[in-house]
Structures are given as structure tokens and as C-alpha cells.
Design a protein around this ligand. Sequence first.
Ligand SMILES: [Fe+2]
Length: 150
Amino acid sequence: MARIEWDQSLSVGVDLIDDQHKMLIQKLRNIAEAIEKKQATGEIAKTLNFMVDYTDFHFSTEEKYMEEYSYPGRENHIQQHEEFKESLKRLVQDFQEEGATQVLSSSISTFLLNWLIKHIKGIDIGFGEFLREKGFLASSVDCISLDDSR
Ligand SMILES: [Fe+2]
């Protein structure tokens, strides 16, 4: 399995966003592990669904600040988020129809992970720099993350 870990090279310099990225990567690791351990399809589906919800939550957080701070790159950035959500939805759908096939399993872990890393390094870091230049400070309310009890 590919190493699925957050490291400093992925830091966008804004704790709130870094924490959410850590959580997303943690979710990806859970999915990859569930598949590797051949967990029941229902369990894997649950983990995938949490990933879908958390992705929505995380993208909305970023998009909210793009709006609030009139981030010039927001159109392209939001477009990338939309494409990812579409791909994720398709993967979940395929999974529901076909179960944890080998091909699907590896595309879930590698495609999602590769996309995320590319996205963070490609544009989230730039967005983080922009926020810091604007003197961005997350309020404590924004730091509450989605409850991970499911
Ligand atoms: Fe983003």
C-alpha cells in the first residue's frame, strides 16, 4: 500500500486547513486499510460515505474563505473541487454496484490520494499563502470539525 500520511510538505500554513487535510488523509488511510483487510462491504461503504461528507465539509470551509476574502483564483479552485466530488461520487456508485473489486480498491486509494496531494501542492498551498497575506485568523467556531463517531 502506498504511504498515506500527512507530512510537512503538505502544509498550507493555515492550521485549520491543515487539520482538515490531515483528517481527509486519515479517512483515506481508513478506506485503504478496510479494503486491504477485506472488511465487509457495508463497513467499507460507511467509511467511504464519511469521506464523501467530510470532503463536502472541507471544500465548503475553503470556499467560504475564498468568498470572504475575494480570492482571485476561486473560480478555478472551486471547479477542481466540483470535479473531485463528481469522481468521488462515481467511485462510491461503482463500489455500491460492484463491491470491493481489486481494480476499484486500488483506484479508490491511489486515485483519491494522488488527487488530494496534487491538489494540496498545486493550489491549496497558494491559497493558504493568500490567506496568510490577508492576515487570516480562523475563529474558534470554524475549528470544530465534523464528528467522527460514525
Ligand atoms: Fe482546495
